[in-house]
Design a protein around this ligand. Structure first.
Ligand code: SF4
Ligand code: SF4
Length: 236
């Protein structure tokens, strides 16, 4: 491949003195400096526009954010989970372990259903926050909450047990960060298939007749032609 010749750019007098270019650069620096100083007097937690001062500044999370799991209670303070294990079955990472227990007499104010989860564990090191468990739960008992500070010092702490999941719920409730209950999405019923009108017997037969002649005629014509050929021979 042929080498392209290096063409040196001819600098103007202003560029060779550098003063104009230095002044331009300093102007840009001062522009950002003044902008940041002004922004630091702005009201609200997010004072500097280029970065969030975490943990003092915390971003608002979206209502559909899927963070740390919570085991929900109803308005009477009863546990909603019935220990059915649907969430564990729906989990693609197989990180949920549920054991079911039977509600005893005198425990009605603790558990909403006749059964409850005696053990509930989620291995957060394997969870991919897909939300399948939340969608699969028939009781709305398991919800991925607003918690996003999930770092721990040891692996055992990353396995959330029932107490931790209930504590997550209580924390979110105290902070007013519980998700609004999901409304069922209305689905229109598909239109009923149209019934085909029954074909009339007479009409069917005449249609068959109408179709049949061309074949018969063709055959007859062929036969006649064959006859003609055979009949012509004796004359020779
Ligand atoms: S969010 Fe997904 S991966 Fe995590 S526990 Fe639920 S179903 Fe499993
Ligand atoms: S959280 Fe829901 S799906 Fe999972 S065991 Fe409890 S009731 Fe069943």
């Amino acid at each position: 491949m042929p080498r392209r010749p290096v063409v040196k750019k001819e600098y103007t007098l202003g560029e060779r003195v550098y003063l104009v270019e230095i002044t331009k650069g300093l102007g840009l620096t001062w522009k950002h400096f003044v902008f940041n100083i002004k922004a630091s007097f702005r009201k609200g937690p997010h004072t500097v526009p280029t970065c969030w001062q975490y943990p003092e500044d915390r971003r608002e999370i979206a209502p559909i954010f899927r963070g740390a799991h919570m085991l929900m209670l109803n308005e009477k303070g009863q546990e909603l989970c019935v220990g059915c294990g649907m969430c564990a079955k729906a989990c693609p990472a197989k990180c949920i372990t549920v054991k079911r227990g039977k509600r005893q007499e005198g425990e009605e104010d603790k558990y909403a259903g006749k059964t409850y989860c005696s053990t509930f564990e989620i291995d957060m090191l394997r969870c991919i926050f897909c939300g399948n468990c939340e969608s699969a739960c028939p009781k709305g008992a398991l919800v991925l909450g607003p918690g996003y500070e999930l770092a721990e010092y040891d692996m055992e702490s990353c396995i959330y047990n029932k107490e931790r999941l209930l504590a997550n719920y209580n924390e979110a409730k105290a902070e007013g960060k519980l998700k609004p209950p999901q409304k069922p999405v209305p689905v229109d019923a598909p239109p009923a298939p149209k019934k085909k009108p029954a074909a009339k017997k007479g009409a069917g037969a005449s249609a068959q007749k109408a179709k049949a002649p061309p074949k018969a005629e063709g055959k007859k014509g062929e036969d006649d032609a064959a006859k003609g050929k055979t009949e012509e021979k004796p004359a020779e």
